[in-house]
Design a protein around this ligand. Structure first.
Ligand code: GLA
Length: 387
């Protein structure tokens, strides 16, 4: 959909007004490496992509937030002073959840908003469609009301909205990547301190291919929260030997001295997180040194650890990565995002892309009966105003 089409649709739904209409865009993300490390205070390496959410917004003369979506038929109208989470508000809970964070800061507007959302991040693909929706709305309200809240703080507010209104106890990665993304760079983020730097993605003749498994991922959020709790429990076991408050505070070598003393389930969860943080640091070194095939190997190791120790991959993602890893010209492949379905990313040589897509599509369909979709990732800028 073009910006002009969005403007026309907005006016056809809400009518004309003396208030100006603004449009903001916030991207989805891929994560190159550093999976399930953010809520453990570790490193991540995400990058914003060209797919995302458009938030078309105008001040309302009445104290209501009206929410429409281009793709979803339900229309929601929420009174400004009744913004508690409600099961019957569906996707509008993300918007209300974000608005509620401003109210918590005593930033309650007297006017409401008319909002039309258009998203082109494939839903349930593990590419952060919800974070991009939240960030587009937070950025829009912040800009319209001139609250001047820094983007990183908006990301924390959206993370909080996700906890409170979607019930997912996520880390900061997705909202941060959506807000702070930079064209052709990944964000090397320390999730404990929020210190970050941009790492240029220079892959020479290679491209990043996103493959959406289109797999069913029931119970995704409850499984995600289960992992968050298992990590907290693993910290408690480790505290019998070392003083730590998060898994990011113990090195791989120290962990090795005690891992056998920890019950198997928690040992595996902790081992994934601790080694993944180490891999993320090594992956950044490899990227900076232009060692792309080393980077690819580290990606493969990451998937292996997510599959066997963290157990968040599942047969759909495992099928794609194992086929991908066997294709000539593909030097690394792993799941990206929360897992339990969703997408993989693969580093593929320019000359092999067509072959890669053909083999993945055919083999994946043969094994699972489902079609996969492949896209070349375009690494893009973070949240911004369009008009
Ligand atoms: C989801 C969460 C993130 C992060 C990833 C796994 O995308 O929203 O905070 O934990 O899973 O790395």
């Amino acid at each position: 959909m073009t910006i002009q089409e969005l403007q026309t649709l907005f006016i056809s739904k809400y009518g004309h007004s003396h208030e100006p209409l603004h449009i903001y865009f916030s991207p989805g993300r891929i994560n190159l490496i550093g999976e399930h490390t953010d809520y453990n205070g570790g490193y991540v390496l995400p990058a914003a992509i060209s797919y995302g959410t458009y938030c078309c917004i105008r001040k309302n003369s009445i104290p209501y937030i009206e929410c429409l979506s281009v793709q979803i038929p339900q229309h929601y109208t929420i009174l400004l002073n009744d913004i508690s989470k409600k099961n019957n508000l569906g996707w509008a809970n993300y918007i209300i959840g974000v608005y509620a964070q401003f109210v918590k800061k005593q930033l309650q507007s007297h006017n409401g908003y008319q909002i039309l959302i258009y998203g082109n991040v494939p839903q349930g693909a593990g590419l952060s469609s919800s974070a991009s929706l939240e960030m587009s709305v937070a950025y829009a309200i912040n800009d319209i009301e001139q609250y001047n809240i820094p983007v990183i703080e908006l990301a924390s507010m959206c993370q909080q909205a996700e906890h409170e209104y979607a019930g997912v106890h996520c880390g900061i990665m997705d909202q941060f990547a959506s807000g702070m993304g930079k064209k052709d760079s990944a964000i090397y983020l320390n999730c404990k301190t929020l210190d970050f730097s941009y790492v240029p993605i220079v892959l020479d003749e290679y491209n990043i291919i996103i493959t959406n498994s289109n797999s069913p991922h029931a119970l995704e959020s409850s499984k995600y929260n289960e992992r968050v709790n298992e990590c907290k429990q693993a910290v408690k076991y480790i505290q019998q030997y070392y003083t730590i408050s998060q898994l990011s505070e113990i090195s791989v070598n120290k962990f090795k001295t005690i891992e056998e003393k920890i019950p198997e389930l928690y040992r595996k969860r902790a081992r994934h997180v601790i080694t993944e943080i180490d891999r993320t640091q090594k992956a950044v070194e490899a990227l900076n040194a232009g060692k792309i095939s080393l980077f690819g190997n580290i990606m493969n190791e990451s998937h292996n650890s997510l599959q066997h120790d963290y157990e968040v991959t599942g047969m759909y993602l495992d099928t794609i990565t194992s086929v991908a890893q066997s294709i000539d010209g593909c030097i690394g492949s792993r799941m990206t995002g929360g897992g339990f379905g969703g997408s993989t990313i693969s580093i593929v040589h320019n000359s092999s892309i067509q072959n890669f897509i053909t083999i993945i599509s055919t083999e994946y369909h043969k094994i699972t009966g489902i079609e996969a979709n492949c896209y070349i990732a375009q690494i893009s800028n973070g949240t911004h105003k369009i008009i």
